[in-house]
Design a protein around this ligand. Structure first.
Ligand code: CMP
Length: 138
């Protein structure tokens, strides 16, 4: 397994000033920040980022939400990064997430669920490349 994963702190969490607490949780769990940026997606860019979900019933809501306001995008490093990070964030739906997970603590609901985490090493690379240039990920 690879040593990096990619995460987004989503608009709902950034709006509610949860960026600091969420980054602290990631650091406390042993993840090291390799790249970080505050940015905002246009609707069409959100559609491109989430193209694998095109056609699903939640796609339009998801891409509206993800382009609603600023986000924080981060590349994180740790052994077994992808799987360990998915454990740290918990289930997509905070109602089903384990105690202590980032989504249990900070998500509003399964659509506005505070953070994204890559689902595979290949996704981590694709998603990192989507947001970061070579000089930003030294
Ligand atoms: P994320 O990890 O960013 O990847 C896809 C997103 O789609 C997911 O987080 C949720 O925010 C959203 N999502 C997944 N399943 C549903 C669903 N059943 N209804 C609404 N949104 C969903």
């Amino acid at each position: 397994p690879g040593k990096v994963t990619f995460t987004i702190i989503k608009p709902g969490a950034v709006e509610r000033n949860l960026t600091g607490p969420i980054l602290a949780k990631m650091n406390e769990a042993g993840f090291v920040i390799k790249a970080l940026k505050y940015t905002k997606l246009k609707k069409e860019q959100a559609c491109e980022f989430y193209q694998e979900h095109e056609g699903k019933p939640f796609y339009d809501y998801l891409t509206d939400f993800m382009s609603r306001g600023p986000i924080v995008v981060v590349i994180l490093e740790k052994e077994n990064a992808v799987a360990d990070f998915r454990k740290l964030i918990g289930s997509t739906d905070p109602a089903e997430a384990e105690e202590g997970t980032i989504r249990k603590l900070y998500a509003q609901d399964k659509r506005e669920n505070a953070v994204h985490g890559s689902d595979s090493d290949a996704s981590a690379i694709r998603e990192s490349d989507f947001f970061f240039s070579r000089v930003e990920r030294f």
